[in-house]
Design a protein around this ligand. Structure first.
Ligand code: NAD
Ligand code: UD1
Length: 343
């Protein structure tokens, strides 16, 4: 089928496009390129030998979305487009509500305009907030601590109510834990603008010599080695989770599912695994805890397995080895020198 992938030029979207094309689907990337580079489309084509259709547009543009859905006879939408920086959402909350909440609303309205009902939505484990218990099951209380997290929860609630109001929509809400890694080819990967705020891209830039050392935010947490524990999940496993979710919507109208491995790894585990993968030491220094960080979180994965037959298969070593392949072959990502961009 033909699937519109909003934000399909971004990190998770581009990997999911590869997975969809390789499964025999046609892909229409709908992206305003505010956090991505057109080069990714050429790379997707190199990997899959198929050229995705690309429409440069904003998800807040309801008319352009409905025209695109109709023109390409799309049967489903995977909705990645949105802004994702926790820190930026604190300084610019309205920007986040406009992009993430209004963008999602205009997308759903456009889908309704043209009668496209299947939707997979990118949510985040951040909707749970500080864990009351672990592992985080899908029915864990929701208490996001940032405007970014709240935009995800608002959209989840909007989609839940839309699904309850009509049987014309079939909706899968996927809550990602910590997506890392990249396609095994090393042709596509994560390419953050400016200084990476997430751990894996930061480590990768240290490994390639772009930054002197990793700052480890806190070594006094109540965890075995004192550093924060997260559930890192390979982006290609996530991509296959989207395919499974889309297929599942032929059987069930509404699902909310975690995508994680169920295994927690500490910051030091990740630094050590990356050292092993790249064959050199990764220098690090311990620094103060980062505001808003929690000691530990990881997913309950039973529901994803039960509903979707999905489990993450790739290990920490694969996540690091694939990231290293991408970063060492593309030290400046898709060609933009990040420090020049942010200056
Ligand atoms: P990304 O920034 O790499 O990709 C997002 C894409 O959406 C970019 O190509 C950007 O240009 C595009 N975009 C943003 N706003 C748009 C708009 N208004 N109209 C059209 N296009 C727009 O981010 P990602 O890491 O690939 O994340 C994809 C989705 O998954 C996001 O919704 C994010 O909140 C969610 N998510 C990401 C993570 C993570 O760690 N990366 C974790 C949980 C959830
Ligand atoms: C962050 C976001 C979260 C978002 C997720 C995926 C915050 C507070 N949370 O989650 O909302 O859903 O990214 O995009 O921003 N760390 C270091 N040094 C670094 C970077 C991180 O020690 O330079 C540590 C952190 O303290 C944490 C772990 O590494 O323990 C993972 O951090 P990160 O990759 O930023 O992800 P999260 O904080 O889990």
């Amino acid at each position: 089928m033909t699937i519109m992938v909003t934000g399909g030029a971004g990190y998770i979207g581009s990997h999911t496009c590869v997975e969809l094309i390789e499964a025999g689907h046609q892909v229409v990337i709908f992206d305003n390129f505010c956090n991505s580079n057109i080069e990714v489309v050429r790379r997707i084509e190199r990997i899959t030998s198929a050229a995705p259709v690309v429409v440069r547009g904003d998800v807040r543009d309801r008319d352009l979305i409905s025209a695109t859905l109709a023109k390409h006879r799309c049967e489903a939408v995977i909705h990645f487009a949105g802004l994702k920086s926790v820190a930026e959402s604190v300084s610019h909350p309205l920007l986040y509500y406009e992009n993430n909440v209004l963008g999602s609303m205009s997308l759903v309205q456009a889908m309704q305009d043209v009668g496209v009902g299947k939707l997979v939505f990118s949510s985040s484990a951040t909707v749970y907030g500080d864990p009351v218990f672990l592992p985080l099951t899908e029915d864990h209380p929701k208490s996001p601590y940032s405007p970014y997290g709240r935009t995800k929860l608002v959209v989840e609630e909007m989609l839940t109510e839309v699904a309850q109001s009509t049987n014309r929509f079939k909706i899968a809400i996927l809550r990602y834990f910590n997506p890392v890694g990249c396609h095994v080819s090393g042709l596509i990967g994560e390419d953050p603008l400016g200084v990476p705020s997430n751990l894996m891209p930061f480590i990768a830039q240290v490994a390639v010599g772009r930054r002197p050392h990793v700052n480890i935010f806190g070594n006094d947490y109540n965890t075995p080695d004192g550093t924060g524990i997260r559930d890192y999940v390979h982006v290609m496993d996530l991509a296959s989770g989207h395919l499974r979710a889309l297929e599942h919507l032929s059987r069930q109208d509404f699902i909310q599912v975690n995508l994680g491995t169920g295994r927690g790894s500490s910051v030091l585990d990740l630094v050590q695994a990356f050292s092993k993968a790249c064959g050199k030491d990764i220098p690090f220094v311990f620094s103060a805890r980062r505001d808003g960080d929690v000691a530990s979180y990881y997913a309950a994965t039973d529901l994803a397995h039960k509903l979707l037959g999905w489990r993450a298969t790739r290990k920490l070593h694969d996540m690091c080895a694939d990231t290293w392949r991408w970063q060492s072959r593309n030290p400046n990502g898709y060609g933009i020198v990040p420090d020049q961009v942010s200056a």
